[in-house]
Design a protein around this ligand. Structure first.
Ligand SMILES: Cc1cc2nc3c(=O)[nH]c(=O)nc-3n(C[C@H](O)[C@H](O)[C@H](O)COP(=O)(O)OP(=O)(O)OC[C@H]3O[C@@H](n4cnc5c(N)ncnc54)[C@H](O)[C@@H]3O)c2cc1C
Length: 467
């Protein structure tokens, strides 16, 4: 960590907003004008819209993340967690990966800590649930699903087999619908290599408390998405929720009960709970309260944006809705980050702040290979696209939105290779405990047990001696 005399711009979080805001600030900043410090517990930014494809093995997991130190060579990148902010002293406390926490002074602050999975106190959920917010979970889900097929193919116990082949997904927004679409596709493909597992033996269940899925693309495409998933054998239960899942025994409010070894939880997000310790003004659902200029209310040196902020939606407000807020998505996060970066520079130089205003451009979602939905907004016209064309639009949009050319090229290369090579369906679950085999080999061997034949031989020897 450097201790320069320059003012420090501290960016808390190196995700979508943190990465793009830091890049913008560094681009607009004069040489030596400030030190930009980015703190994140991970050393990489995760492009979350690609997590479902990474879970299905269509993209290599490493290509979905962007190393912060490589893309921000002029910034100071610290791997750790900001735990508290002291606004009076303008000091943040950083808990590094190892060692004691330390204080980091700042002059300007950017809060970009994103969101975490929104959970409820459902019995069994903490023990059984798998989230879909990070690349680790995406890799874990892929290994886990393939491992269930391995288990089902190798057991003689019908109950174990049925439980292994039942996959429950709770939450039918972008994350849930895309993940079940991709994972079902992968499992269908993988089943070709198992002698006793067929797609018909698997049960995929999607549950949502709302009366529709994919609300981001509107009711018609949402209804299409549901019918499409059902046509692939996915059971979709709407207007219901999960009451419990103790030991994998899933009980839904509508009375359905299934045993499942895989419970994927994608029922929405909530702002990072760590914000509660920062002493910043928060909205009713825990977001940092910002003005339309992305400045935290009541401050002139703190900005916030993305999933952890409640940012007024000026397009909606001008259209007559005084309670319009920007939804938490990548489309807003990216654009807010750029305005935020400009406003930090203006704030530092004493210039006026710009307002953030962005009209929704639509949404795209992939539901597995060659399947998708897309809604493009052009002024007052909404163009709805489904099927293969929508899937190409989904891939084209996200492929180009992926930060850095290095990652764009790698992702397009992954997709191109997948056109000619079969999908990789190997489970590397042992990656989660890589030292286990070596530990077994290296631990002191127990005293050898005399082999039965030897025992008999020695007895024979004893007899011979005795006679
Ligand atoms: C599976 C999935 C699919 C999605 N698909 C789409 C899509 O198709 N289209 C779309 O528009 N949006 C999509 N989204 C939403 C989109 O990815 C988010 O809106 C966007 O990432 C928000 O950016 P952010 O910077 O606010 O948060 P993030 O990108 O989550 O970044 C937050 C960062 O803060 C860091 N952090 C957390 N705590 C601390 C701490 N104490 N100190 C320091 N750093 C901390 C985290 O490690 C993380 O790197 C999807 C999300 C998911 C999960």
């Amino acid at each position: 960590m450097s201790t320069t005399e320059r003012p420090r711009i501290l960016v808390v979080g190196g995700g979508y907003v943190g990465l793009y805001a830091a890049r913008r600030i560094l681009k607009k900043m004069r040489y030596g004008e400030a030190t930009v410090t980015v703190v994140d517990p991970r050393s990489y930014m995760t492009y979350q819209p690609f997590l479902p494809e990474a879970a299905a093995g269509s993209i290599s997991p490493r290509h979905v993340v962007v190393p912060l130190r490589r893309v921000l060579p002029k910034a100071e990148v610290l791997t750790g967690r900001v735990t508290t902010i002291d606004q009076d002293r303008k000091v943040a406390t950083v808990a590094p990966l190892v060692g004691e926490a330390y204080e980091l002074p700042f002059d300007y602050l950017v809060i970009a800590m994103g969101a975490v999975s929104r959970t409820f106190p459902i019995p069994g959920l903490a023990e059984q649930g798998i989230g879909m917010k990070g690349i680790e979970e995406s890799i874990g889900l892929r290994n886990h699903v393939l491992e269930q097929l391995d288990k089902a193919d190798s057991t003689t116990d019908e109950d174990v087999r049925r439980k292994a082949l039942t996959f429950v997904f709770v939450g039918g927004g972008f994350a849930g619908a895309e993940t079940i679409g991709e994972v079902e596709d992968m499992a269908r493909d993988a089943a070709k290599y198992y002698t006793s597992v067929k797609r018909e033996d698997m049960r995929f269940v999607l549950v949502d408390a709302a009366d529709k899925i994919l609300p981001e693309v509107g009711p018609k495409l949402g209804a299409y998405g549901k019918e499409h998933l059902e046509s692939r054998g996915v059971e979709v239960y709407l207007s219901t929720s999960m009451d419990s899942c103790v030991d994998g025994h899933v009980v839904l409010k509508n009375g359905l009960e299934v045993d499942s070894s895989t419970i994927v939880w994608t029922a929405g997000v909530k702002p990072n709970p760590a914000l509660a310790r920062f002493g910043l003004p928060l909205g009713p659902r825990g977001h940092v309260d910002t003005s339309e200029k992305l400045q935290v209310q009541g401050t002139d040196y703190i900005w916030a944006a993305g999933d952890n902020a409640q940012v007024p939606d000026m397009v909606g407000r001008r259209a007559g809705n005084p309670n319009a807020w920007c939804p938490p998505n990548a489309q807003h996060a990216l654009r807010q980050a750029k305005v935020l970066g400009d406003n930090v520079i203006s704030g530092m130089r004493g210039f006026p702040q710009k307002e953030y205003s962005h009209a929704n451009k639509g949404a795209v979602a992939g539901l597995g290979l060659h399947k998708g939905v897309a809604m493009i907004v052009m002024g007052k016209v909404k163009i709805k696209v489904k099927g293969r064309l929508a899937w190409y639009m989904h891939r084209g949009y996200h492929g180009m939105a992926m930060p850095t050319w290095n990652r764009k090229i790698r992702i397009f290369a992954d997709w191109t290779l997948a056109m000619f090579l079969k999908r990789e369906v190997v489970s590397l679950g042992a990656m989660e405990t890589p030292r286990e085999e070596f530990y077994e080999a290296a631990k002191p061997s127990p005293a050898p047990v005399a082999a039965k034949a030897d025992g008999d031989a020695s007895k024979a020897g004893e007899k011979a001696k005795a006679s």
